[in-house]
Design a binder for this molecule. Structure first.
Ligand SMILES: Cc1cc2nc3c(=O)[nH]c(=O)nc-3n(C[C@H](O)[C@H](O)[C@H](O)COP(=O)(O)OP(=O)(O)OC[C@H]3O[C@@H](n4cnc5c(N)ncnc54)[C@H](O)[C@@H]3O)c2cc1C
Length: 396
């Protein structure tokens, strides 16, 4: 017997209400200013920490709310839909998502004890370092290497686009402990480390350089360099050489949470478009009375609703430790497409005014564009669906 229940659990509804209450105190101008001034949304972050929303996925025994990815996704979507949009909602994904969720699933007893209580309160923050300039989408081809030396590992290499390094106390660093060329299967020989960023920087073994970006400037993204960085063996997250297990449990939630942030971005773009289409009058009637304006917005609405169903299903599966790869990839694909289409239609609806930075449309467009390339490109999502879901031969 199949039971289908489309009501959000009470826990997720509570999250929606709690986050929306905080966000209602920060209007669109606030997010516009944060982006223009390239500054972290300090005030919202402080309220999220105070309300306990950063510890949503931290188990109760460590001071968190003991909830799951579904609640985190709902929190991310709500934050994004309030006006922060995809670019700033990313700030939320870095610590409660990458950090808290991963340490909860894969941390040793000692790591959990040391990190989870602080992750629950926002006392520490995390970032995630996987992408490398020479590997790109082919993550298994990374070359940042961790060599065992007594009770430590010595790390050398380079990462790119690593977001939030400036605020992070801990970096979830993905390395190779078996070179990619020798790894059989290719997923073997990856190891994930917890790296103390301020200590590594102070020792001169980790350095970073921000990359000028077209949007999402509330959180800088960086080139990162490791130069004989020594990491204690007890900082391995999960098992040595078996980091792929940890990595999939980072990448699927990452796809789901960034689908949630894209979806929120789609909602806010649709909202501003509809509002403008109702108010702006040309040829003596609201522009929204023209079907050329109205139909694409109706289409976007349909896509948002469909993407949300897949997003919540993917999170629900993850929380039950059920396979969720197909659903996570489909949710990410469809939510990012909805976000891009919504932002593009918001742009068209605003006519020339979309180009003015007094309106939020340009920011929404820049934010929505990220979703089609990060944290995974649309093509790689389609590759996954084609090969893993449809069983078609690999093209690479
Ligand atoms: C704002 C931002 C923040 C980011 N934050 C982080 C972060 O915090 N941590 C982190 O680790 N990474 C981060 N990234 C990196 C992001 O995950 C990568 O940019 C993304 O995975 C794509 O890799 P790439 O840029 O090297 O593109 P490439 O792999 O060089 O791809 C270039 C193009 O070729 C296409 N392509 C490549 N191979 C194939 C194929 N086999 N079939 C079809 N098409 C193909 C791609 O789809 C794409 O269109 C961030 C990126 C951005 C833009």
């Amino acid at each position: 017997m199949i039971t289908v229940d489309f009501t959000l659990p009470e826990s997720a509804r509570g999250v929606q209400e709690g986050i929306a209450a905080i966000c209602s105190r920060y209007d669109m101008d606030y997010w516009q200013r944060c982006e223009a001034e390239k500054r972290w949304p300090e005030e919202v972050w402080a309220e999220l920490a105070k309300g306990g929303w950063l510890g949503l996925a931290v188990p109760e025994e460590y001071g968190g709310a003991g909830q799951g990815l579904l609640e985190l996704a709902v929190a991310t979507e709500t934050l994004s839909a309030s006006g922060s949009a995809g670019g700033s909602a990313f700030t939320y994904v870095l610590t409660p998502g990458f950090g808290a969720l991963t340490v909860t699933r894969h941390g040793s007893a000692q790591q959990k004890q040391a990190l989870l209580p602080k992750l629950a309160t926002g006392g520490i923050e995390t970032c995630f370092a996987l992408t490398e300039p020479d590997a790109g989408s082919n993550s298994l081809a990374i070359s940042t290497f961790a060599r065992r030396d007594g009770g430590e590992y010595v790390v050398n290499g380079q990462k790119i686009w690593i977001t939030g390094v400036q605020r992070a106390t801990w970096m979830l660093l993905v390395t190779r402990t078996v070179p990619a060329a020798e790894a059989r299967p290719r997923t073997h020989g990856l190891t994930v480390f917890l790296v103390n960023v301020p200590e590594a920087v102070a020792a001169g073994r980790l350095s970073y350089r921000p990359i000028p970006k077209m949007g999402a400037n509330t959180t800088p993204s960086n080139m990162v360099f490791f130069d004989d960085l020594r990491v204690p063996a007890e900082n391995v997250l999960g098992e040595v050489d078996q980091g792929a297990v940890v990595l999939w449990d980072i990448l699927n939630p990452e796809r789901i949470l960034l689908a949630a942030s894209a979806l929120g971005g789609a909602e806010v773009a649709l909202r501003v478009a509809v509002s403008y289409a109702r108010e702006r009058e040309v040829f003596g009637r609201p522009i929204g009375a023209n079907q050329a304006i109205a139909f694409p917005l109706a289409q976007v609405k349909a896509k948002i609703e469909l993407a949300r169903l897949m997003l919540y299903k993917a999170a629900w599966l993850f929380d039950r430790h059920l396979p969720c790869g197909a659903e996570a990839n489909i949710a990410k694909l469809t939510a990012s497409q909805a976000a891009w289409e919504a932002a593009d239609r918001a742009f068209q609806t605003h006519g020339g005014m979309a180009y003015s930075l007094e309106y939020p449309v340009a920011r929404l467009l820049a934010d929505a564009r990220i979703g089609k390339v990060a944290p995974v490109t649309e093509e790689l999502l389609l590759n996954h669906i084609a090969t893993q879901v449809l069983g078609l031969p690999r093209s690479f």
